[in-house]
Design a protein around this ligand. Structure first.
Ligand code: F6P
Length: 545
């Protein structure tokens, strides 16, 4: 069991509050006073650079981060999680996505039983199936090879494989196209079905529970489409496979459980890309590539569990996040990959972080009296620079941001890369240094602008700066480093949730909407009983009926 903590009662927390109150030096001043900041506040580890020197921290803050991590006994919490304890108390489950990438050969016990043999069996089944499909040996019902894979799933059963396939596009086989359908809005499925051929399409129905309304509706519509486009019930097995923990549900849908890839209730949906939910990734980059992806994550699991706190990437990410959320009052956190292939990375961690730590009830069942998970958002650079960065630079909110890039590009247009990296670096510098009134005035006068116009316009051109950023650089965006990066964010989320004293692995907050949607659906279609609603809800139902 994870112990109960009131973070604000921790001695280190109180000291951090004092440090915050007493040390308001700007980032620029900090760098001016200590030119060695980069050396002090960066971590280089296994092909990753984590530069956190452009943050509002000094040596005292940094040592208090460590003190807090020790006082809260985060080390023990990590061991409990990775050791198979049922830390997801409200669902009575362990949280073992780390076992799914345990490449060490060591056993991992859950309820006294080693989970690794089951995981290895699942790898063998996934490897055999993916090899058959990738080689073209798996044939559709008319004897043709599979050319299109359509993953039907939502949330964790969609965002993970979708994000990873995009991120690893240069490693993806050209023999097949990969499509994702998540939204119950028929437009999503419709647009994919327009592009594919029933004879050569493989549908993966991905749902941990196999009860999710959106996925079941899309799956049924896809099956209907298949049957209306030359498929027969007897050939469904050639074109539909399932990834789920619910064998009865899969069989009930009409998929042979031989074509089901299972996983376990101790894998949270938003942490399931490492399980059979990663099947589209395996089909796309091959099982070997997937194992490299798992290996990167496994290396990060060991790193978070064993590295000293001051050299521990996820622990520093977590403490910096808490620092801004709880002491600086930052409501959101931006993730800004300077990598077009990572275009879904922020969206992926919107679920990963916000579904995990978006909670106001503490592990003691009481409402917390401090802020918990921030709003996570972001888009790739440089696009964001020409859209929302204005607010990060000159808006009234403090928005800490992670800038992510790779040293080496994964495409042949290599002369673009220095331009991309120049922007990546320049933005964090600009956010930190800003531009003073004096600088603006000098610049305007040098451009021959009159004194009157300088007086009038200069205030708008001043940047306060002092905006904090992390810079994360991978040697290259390959399966291994992507695995590391994702796992780093997962551990950050865990450490933060643990310190905020919330249960990070349940998601009760999404249930009410699902129940009400069922009730409203009955009313909209006339098939259900009428319920009492407020006047707005009733009017909307009547209007849309
Ligand atoms: O409603 C939220 C949620 O349960 C997520 O946690 C999950 O990733 C998603 O729905 C999909 O669930 P399933 O894989 O069971 O269809």
């Amino acid at each position: 069991m994870l112990k109960n903590i009131n973070p604000t009662e921790l001695k280190a927390w109180k000291k951090l509050q004092k440090n915050f109150d007493n040390d308001k030096r700007t980032l620029k001043t900090r760098f001016f006073e200590d030119p060695d900041r980069f050396n002090k506040y960066h971590i280089k580890w296994d092909g990753l650079l984590f530069d956190f020197s452009k943050n509002h921290i000094g040596s005292e803050t940094f040592s208090l981060f460590k003190e807090l991590l020790n006082e809260a006994n985060v080390r023990e919490a990590i061991q409990l999680q990775q050791g198979g304890e049922k830390i997801n108390v409200t669902e009575n489950r362990a949280v073992l996505h780390t076992a799914l990438r345990n490449m060490s050969g060591d056993p991992i016990l859950m309820d006294g039983e080693d989970v690794m043999p089951g995981i290895r069996d699942s790898w063998a089944k996934l490897a055999a199936f993916s090899n058959e499909v990738r080689s073209g040996d798996w044939k559709g019902h008319t004897g043709k090879r599979i050319t299109d894979v359509v993953n039907i799933g939502i949330g964790g059963s969609d965002l993970g494989p979708r994000m990873v396939i995009n991120a690893l596009r240069p490693f993806v086989s050209d023999a097949m196209d990969f499509h994702f359908v998540a939204n119950v809005d028929g437009a999503d499925l419709h647009e994919v079905l327009r592009k594919v051929d029933a004879e050569t399409t493989l549908f993966i129905i991905a749902s941990k529970t196999f009860t999710t309304q959106e996925t079941m509706k899309n799956a049924n519509s896809a099956k209907e489409w298949f049957l209306n486009h030359g498929g027969a019930e007897s050939s469904v097995a050639k074109h539909f496979v399932a990834v789920s923990t619910n064998a009865d549900g899969v069989a009930g849908f009409g998929i042979d459980t031989k074509n089901m890839f299972g996983f376990w209730d101790w894998v949270g949906g938003r942490y399931s890309v490492w399980s059979a939910i990663g099947l589209p990734v395996i089909l796309a980059i091959g099982f070997q590539g997937f194992q490299e992806f798992l290996s990167g994550a496994h290396a990060m699991d060991k790193h978070v569990a064993t590295a000293d706190w001051d050299k521990n990437i996820p622990a520093q990410m977590a403490m910096l996040g808490i620092w801004y959320r709880n002491f600086h009052g930052a409501a959101s956190h931006a993730i800004l990959p300077y990598d077009q292939y990572m275009d879904r990375f922020a969206a992926y961690f919107q679920q990963g972080d916000m579904e995990s730590n978006g909670k106001y009830v503490g592990r003691d069942g009481k409402k917390v009296n401090y802020a918990t998970g921030p709003i996570i958002w972001g888009e790739p650079g440089t696009n964001g620079q020409h859209a929302f960065y204005q607010l990060i630079h000159q808006g009234t909110d403090l928005i800490p941001a992670d800038f992510i890039a790779s040293k080496k590009p994964q495409h042949s247009l290599t002369d673009h890369h220095p331009i991309l990296l120049a922007n990546f670096i320049a933005q964090t510098e600009a956010l930190m240094t800003g531009k003073s009134r004096t600088e603006v005035e000098i610049e305007m006068r040098q451009a021959g602008i009159s004194d009157a116009t300088v007086d009038e316009i200069a205030p708008f051109r001043v940047f306060e700066g002092n905006r904090p950023t992390n810079s994360i650089v991978a040697d290259e965006l390959n399966p291994y480093h992507l695995g590391q990066l994702i796992a780093a964010y997962e551990h950050k989320i865990f450490i933060q949730g643990y310190i905020w004293n919330v249960f990070s692995y349940d998601q009760w907050g999404v249930e009410l909407g699902k129940v009400l949607a069922k009730a409203v659906l009955g009313e909209l279609t006339g098939s259900g009983v009428r319920h009492e609603h407020d006047s707005s809800t009733s009017a909307l139902i009547n209007y849309l009926k």
